[in-house]
Write a protein that binds this ligand. Structure first.
Ligand SMILES: Nc1nc2c(ncn2[C@@H]2O[C@H](COP(=O)(O)OP(=O)(O)OP(=O)(O)O)[C@@H](O)[C@H]2O)c(=O)[nH]1
Length: 308
């Protein structure tokens, strides 16, 4: 196997000798992080992208079982596979390891070749799962994130915005008179138009945490964490102008003979709201106004009027 430093493994053991031993086995193939105790292991797992954790059970302080339980109850870390690597050899211990979400269980003293083989197997499975997850989150036509990806992101970002008391904005963007476009130019050119609009929205996106997704049909959403209503309105104008600038001919549209979009902007301070459904409704209402007022424009609904 080639050296694949793009996979990162965290090894948790309270013995520096054991850590060195395991590091020597795996380091030629993977990037290795180490932790001598559970608290540090949890900190690393929450901050860094890990592909696997090798976890001793009998640690000082928080036990390996408890670490695994905490990892599996946190959305950010639950998909990291855990292999227990432990001196606890009883059948009951091993069953317990699998029960709380471990993917494999290796007992000490271990054979280096077997540790390596089982680690490779878990990494292989993780890579396949990640690929499937990624494909399941992409829209088939435009190859940008789909509704499923948006549903996951808005839930996560709403909770994050609640914790950090920061504004969260949502743009809902709808292509104007798209039915007429399809009727006039045909469905294949309609599909092509959707792909070009999607690409221009992605190209306009500046921050890594902003998410552009296709909700279905001719409707897109853009989620803007830590963005107040003024900022979101500015971004919406940039997205609107970028689509207009594509100058995709739409002879039967008005007000311009080009493909244009209407955008509804919603903003909320999440800490003052229970659920993100209000934010979606606000952006949706604003989109309705933008359509009603003549299309190719932006309207806003700010659920937290103190946040401009
Ligand atoms: N080519 C293509 N068309 C689609 C796709 N999904 C939905 N549509 C079409 O998008 C059109 C949406 O039309 P409407 O919801 O009436 O909206 P509109 O014509 O854009 O009118 P306004 O939104 O009021 O400006 C329908 O004709 C759908 O068939 C797709 O994947 N490809």
């Amino acid at each position: 196997m080639d050296k694949r430093m793009d996979y990162t493994i965290l090894v948790v053991d309270d013995s520096p000798e054991n850590l060195d031993l395991i590091k020597n086995i795996l380091e030629p193939y993977y990037t290795i992080k180490v932790a001598l105790h559970g608290e540090l292991a949890l900190q690393i797992a929450r901050k860094q992208k890990l592909d696997l954790i090798l976890l001793d059970i009998m640690l000082e302080g928080i036990s390996g079982y408890e670490i695994c339980r905490l990892l599996k109850s946190d959305d950010e870390t639950r998909n990291i596979p855990v292999i227990f690597l432990t001196a606890k050899r009883s059948e009951a211990d091993e069953v317990q390891g699998f029960k709380i979400g471990g993917s494999d269980y290796i007992t000490k003293p271990f054979s280096p070749a077997i540790v390596l083989a089982r680690v490779k197997m878990q990494i292989h499975l993780k890579a396949k799962t990640d690929l499937l997850e990624m494909l399941a989150s992409l829209d088939g036509l435009t190859e940008i994130p789909n509704r499923r990806a948006f549903d996951t992101a808005i839930d996560r970002q709403f909770n994050q915005a609640k914790r950090t008391v920061t504004p969260l904005s949502l743009l809902i963007l709808d292509i104007d008179n798209f039915k007429l476009f399809n009727d006039h130019y045909g469905h294949p050119l309609g599909d092509d138009c959707l792909r070009r609009v999607a690409k221009s929205l992605i190209n306009q996106t500046q921050r890594a945490e902003d998410l552009v997704a296709r909700m279905g049909g001719e409707e897109f959403v853009i989620l803007l964490p830590n963005t107040d209503n003024t900022g979101a309105t500015m971004r919406a104008e940039q997205y609107r102008a970028a689509v207009e600038q594509l100058k995709i001919h739409h002879a039967v549209s008005s007000p311009l003979p080009y493909v244009t979009v209407s955008i509804g902007v919603g903003t909320v301070i999440a800490s003052t709201h229970d659920h993100f459904s209000g934010l979606i409704k606000a952006a949706d209402n604003a989109l309705y106004q933008a359509k009603h007022q003549g299309r190719n424009r932006i309207c806003c609904q700010n659920l937290s009027p103190n946040c401009f």
